[in-house]
Design a protein around this ligand. Structure first.
Ligand SMILES: *[C@@H]1O[C@H](CO)[C@@H](O)[C@H](O)[C@H]1NC(C)=O
Ligand SMILES: *[C@@H]1O[C@H](CO)[C@@H](O)[C@H](O)[C@H]1NC(C)=O
Ligand SMILES: *[C@@H]1O[C@H](CO)[C@@H](O)[C@H](O)[C@H]1NC(C)=O
Length: 457
C-alpha cells in the first residue's frame, strides 16, 4: 500500500514553491542575548544567536538562479504570477546584503537598524526576527508569562514620525513552513511567516501562497501594496518609540496563533468583527498626562541610552509593569494623571478606565483582554525589532495629536509633542535619512532576575 502511494506521488508534478534564490548567500548577522536566573541581574548567561530580515524586503525573482523580478516597486509581474500558488512555485527569495542594502549591522549584543540605505536602490526601514540559537529553520520563541524582559535602546537618532520597535508576535516558529504543505521552501532562514494584530495585507507570501491576487499598489508607498489576504496574530508591543514618545501595548486576538483573513474581515480600527484588537491598550506616558517624563533632557532622557524593563506579572499575566534605568538610577514609570485612570501599569482595569476616559471602544476587552494575551505568551512568541515610517497615519498615533478629526485638547488625543503635520514619510525619508535605532543587551528571565530594582519593585 505504501509502495503504491510512493509510486503515485512520484508521478505527480513536483510542486515547488516560494523558492530559495541562490544569487547571494544568506548569512545572518550574529547577536547575543542573555537568560537570567536569581535576582538583580547578577546571574545571566549569554546565548549566541542571530537575526534574519523579513522576506518582504528581499529580492524576489523568477527561478532559483534567475534575475527577472517577480515583484518590482509595488507591483507583481502578472505573467510570472498569474495566481498566488503559481507565483510561489515560480519565484525565489534571495539572500540579503544586510549592511550594504538594508543598513543592518550587529556587534556582540547590539543591533543597529538604519532608516534609509542607498545602494543600487534606496531601502526604507527593516524588520528582523531573532533566530533560535544555531538554527536556520526556527525562530526563537519567548514564553513571557510571569517573566521579565530587559533591553537597552538608543532612540536619540529617531525624530518625530519614526518608530524603532521591539515587540513579540505569535508567528509560527517555523515561518509557516508546515502550514504551506511544502510550498514554502524558504522558511525562517529567509524571514517568512510574519503576522501581527493589524492583520497586515502587505505581506507578499502567506503560508506558501503569494498575496498577488487582487494586489493593489499603494497610492503613496512606492514599495508596498495590499493583497486580498491578511495575516493575523496576537502582538505584544514591548516598545514603540522615538526620541519624543513611547508606548507599550498588548494586542490580543480572538484566534490564537497565525490566522489568515481576507479582505475586510481583516481587523480594522473599532471594528469588533475583526480577528484582532488593532488599537490595543497602550500606556504612553505623554498621553496619560505626564508630558515631561519621556523626551530630550526629561526624566527618561532620550538623548542617552535607556534601559527598558518590562515585567509580565502573574500566571496568567494580569499586569504589565514598566521601569527604566539610566545612569544607574531606576525610574518608575509615570503614573496616569488622567481623571478616572490610575496607576502606571497595564491591566484589564486600567484599559477599561482608559477607554472610558478617552471615549474609545474597548476592543482590548472584546478580543479577550489580558487573559487572552497571556495565552498567546504562554504558547511562545517571536521577537521582532524594526525601524519604520508610517504611510497610513504618519506615526501621529504615537507622538502627536491623533486622530486629526478631534481637538488636540480632547482627552487622549495628544500622544507626544510632535506637530500634527509631522511624520509624513516623504518628509522623514528626505530630511532624516540617517536616522537609526540601536537595541542591545537583551536579557530575559523570571521577575527580578534581569536588573537590580532597588526599593522600587
Ligand atoms: C505613583 O503612584 C504611587 C501610588 O500612589 C506612588 O507610590 C508613587 O510615588 C507615584 N509615583 C510617582 C513618580 O509619582
Ligand atoms: C474609535 O471609536 C471611538 C468612539 O467612537 C473614537 O473616539 C476613536 O477615535 C475611534 N478610534 C479610531 C482609531 O478610529
Ligand atoms: C496612504 O494610502 C493609504 C491607502 O493605501 C491610506 O489609507 C493612507 O491614509 C494614505 N496615507 C497618507 C498619509 O495619505
Amino acid at each position: 500500500m505504501s509502495g503504491f502511494l510512493l509510486t503515485l506521488a512520484s508521478l505527480l508534478p513536483v510542486a515547488l514553491g516560494q523558492l530559495v534564490g541562490t544569487n547571494m548567500a544568506e548569512t545572518h548577522p550574529a547577536l547575543t542575548w542573555s537568560k537570567c536566573t536569581g535576582t538583580g541581574g547578577t546571574a545571566c548567561t549569554s546565548t549566541s544567536a542571530a537575526v534574519v530580515i523579513d522576506s518582504n524586503w528581499r529580492w524576489l525573482h523568477q527561478g532559483a538562479t534567475g534575475t527577472t523580478n517577480c515583484y518590482t516597486g509595488n507591483t507583481w509581474d502578472t505573467s510570472i504570477c498569474p495566481d498566488g500558488k503559481t507565483c510561489a512555485a515560480n519565484c525565489a527569495l534571495d539572500g540579503a546584503d544586510y549592511s550594504g542594502t538594508y543598513g543592518i549591522t550587529t556587534s556582540g549584543n547590539a543591533l543597529t537598524l538604519k532608516f534609509v540605505t542607498t545602494s543600487q536602490q534606496k531601502n526604507i526601514g527593516s524588520r528582523v526576527y531573532l533566530m533560535a540559537p544555531g538554527s536556520t529553520s526556527a525562530y526563537q520563541t519567548f514564553n513571557f508569562v510571569n517573566q521579565e524582559f530587559t533591553f537597552d535602546v538608543d532612540v536619540s537618532g529617531l525624530p518625530c514620525g519614526l518608530n524603532g520597535a521591539l515587540y513579540f508576535v505569535q508567528m509560527d516558529a517555523d515561518g509557516g513552513v508546515a502550514k504551506s504543505n511544502g510550498a514554502n521552501k524558504a522558511g525562517p532562514k529567509y524571514g517568512t511567516g510574519y503576522c501581527d494584530a493589524q492583520c497586515p495585507r502587505d505581506i507578499k507570501f502567506i503560508n506558501g501562497v503569494a498575496n498577488s491576487a487582487g494586489w493593489t499598489p499603494s497610492p503613496n508607498d512606492t514599495n508596498a501594496g495590499t493583497g486580498t489576504m491578511g495575516t493575523c496574530c496576537p502582538e505584544m508591543d514591548v516598545w514603540e518609540a522615538n526620541s519624543m514618545a513611547t508606548a507599550f501595548t498588548p494586542h490580543p486576538c480572538s484566534t490564537l496563533g497565525q490566522s489568515t483573513c481576507t479582505g475586510t474581515a481583516c481587523s480594522a480600527p473599532n471594528v469588533t468583527s475583526g480577528t484582532c484588537d488593532q488599537a490595543g491598550c497602550d500606556f504612553n506616558s505623554y498621553r496619560m498626562g505626564v508630558t515631561n517624563f519621556f523626551g530630550k533632557g526629561m526624566t527618561v532622557d532620550t538623548t542617552q541610552k535607556i534601559t527598558v524593563v518590562t515585567q509580565f506579572v502573574g500566571n496568567p499575566i494580569n499586569t504589565i509593569k514598566r521601569f527604566y534605568v539610566q545612569n544607574g538610577k531606576v525610574i518608575a514609570n509615570s503614573n496616569s494623571t488622567v481623571p478616572g485612570v490610575t496607576g502606571n501599569s497595564v491591566s484589564d482595569s486600567f484599559c477599561a478606565a482608559q477607554k472610558t476616559a478617552f471615549g474609545d471602544t474597548n476592543t482590548f476587552s472584546t478580543k479577550g483582554g489580558m487573559a487572552t494575551m497571556s495565552k498567546a505568551a504562554s504558547a511562545g512568541m517571536v521577537l521582532v525589532m524594526s525601524i519604520w515610517d508610517d504611510h497610513a497615519a504618519n506615526m501621529l498615533w504615537l507622538d502627536a495629536p491623533y486622530p486629526p478629526t478631534k481637538s488636540a485638547s480632547s482627552p487622549g488625543v495628544t500622544r507626544g509633542a510632535c506637530s500634527p503635520s509631522s511624520g509624513a514619510p516623504t518628509d522623514v525619508e528626505n530630511n532624516s535619512p540617517n536616522s537609526q535605532v540601536i537595541f542591545s543587551n537583551i536579557k530575559f528571565g523570571p521577575i527580578g532576575s534581569t536588573f537590580a530594582c532597588g526599593g522600587l519593585c
